[in-house]
Design a protein around this ligand. Structure first.
Ligand SMILES: Nc1ncnc2c1ncn2[C@@H]1O[C@H](COP(=O)(O)OP(=O)(O)OP(=O)(O)O)[C@@H](O)[C@H]1O
Length: 294
């Protein structure tokens, strides 16, 4: 708090305007900090936190002006509320902070540094059979305007959301998928989660996105699909009950009205990515073995 008061002090502020000596470490620090700020802004843009972020900037400007003109009462209020403000920000920004930390912990990001426990026993992810069955079911459901929400897990485990549903543990086939989403059946509500080549759970509840740009004509099914794509690297397929159109959500984006070919390309991309990771792991394993035998 004292540091903040000292920072707001007019003399200190005027000293800020003297040109300091810049060395190599400063440049590296500036690059790192710019990188972090850029990614933080990217993460919170289009969410509720964006408005709050703008509000904080306005408050910061008011504090700077108060400091320059020595408006002591305003400075006193700022200095005495900053601690509470930080705690309030942590509470309000909690989903965004969580998302940021989850993305930081993504295996793609850290794969080359840390070998995670749950990475070890991962079976084959996504066979051609699974892709074909998924596409077949999705477009048959679309043809009959049967609503569906299918989350395909990638690197970030969706165990937390899986627990909200009913365990299924079945091989992905078009018949099972169509059966699950059949109207007035016990499993049709909510989302199913697919891990590798298996449907792990049905009737799962997904977090709803608070993206303000989402079209008003879309309801909670699409909002839930967008929500899960904001907190994980999953790809979610949505079949609209109203229009029979197929959309996908990935990385906080909703791509509407996709055709079978587009969907197949996306799913094949995931498949290829997992094969590449597997090859990389095999290569790493082989290197380890070679080292230990030498
Ligand atoms: N948080 C959620 N998690 C999982 N599924 C959800 C969630 N919220 C809603 N759903 C599913 O969405 C259905 C309601 O869809 P709604 O009509 O509101 O959405 P929509 O986006 O307009 O989709 P549609 O075009 O199919 O009507 C629910 O019956 C439920 O199956």
């Amino acid at each position: 708090m004292n540091q903040f008061t000292r920072f707001l002090d007019g003399d200190r502020l005027s000293r800020l305007f003297t040109i300091p000596k810049v060395n190599m470490t400063d440049i590296i620090e500036i690059i790192i900090i710019s990188f972090i700020i850029y990614h933080l802004i990217k993460l919170i843009k289009d969410t509720r936190a964006w408005m709050l972020f703008k509000g904080i900037i306005v408050l910061f400007l008011v504090a700077t002006i108060a400091s320059v003109f020595r408006l002591n009462t305003i400075l006193w209020i700022f200095a005495n509320t900053i601690n509470v403000g930080i705690i309030a920000i942590l509470i309000v920004f909690q989903p965004e902070l969580r998302r940021a930390l989850e993305q930081l912990g993504q295996r793609n990001f850290l794969a080359s540094i840390v070998q995670f426990e749950d990475q070890k026993d991962k079976g084959e992810r996504f066979s051609n059979f699974t892709i074909d069955e998924l596409i077949k079911a999705v477009y048959e459901l679309a043809g009959t305007k049967t609503g569906a929400l299918i989350v395909v897990e990638q690197d970030i485990k969706l165990t937390e959301y899986e627990r909200t549903g009913i365990p299924v543990d079945a091989v992905v086939t078009s018949q099972i998928l169509m059966n699950i989403f059949e109207h007035n059946t016990p499993l049709h509500d909510g989302a199913i989660i697919i891990r590798n080549n298996r449907i792990v759970a049905a009737t799962c509840y997904l977090p709803l996105s608070d993206n303000m740009k989402l079209s008003k004509e879309l309801g909670t099914r699409h909002r839930a699909a967008l929500g899960i794509s904001e907190v994980s690297d999953s790809i979610t397929i949505i079949v609209s009950e109203e229009t029979g159109k197929v959309s996908i959500s990935i990385g906080g984006n909703l791509i509407r009205n996709v055709n079978g070919e587009y969907l197949k390309n996306k799913l094949q991309y995931i498949q290829k990515k997992s094969i590449d990771v597997k090859k990389f792991k095999l290569w790493k394993g082989r290197q380890k073995n070679e080292k230990s035998t030498n």
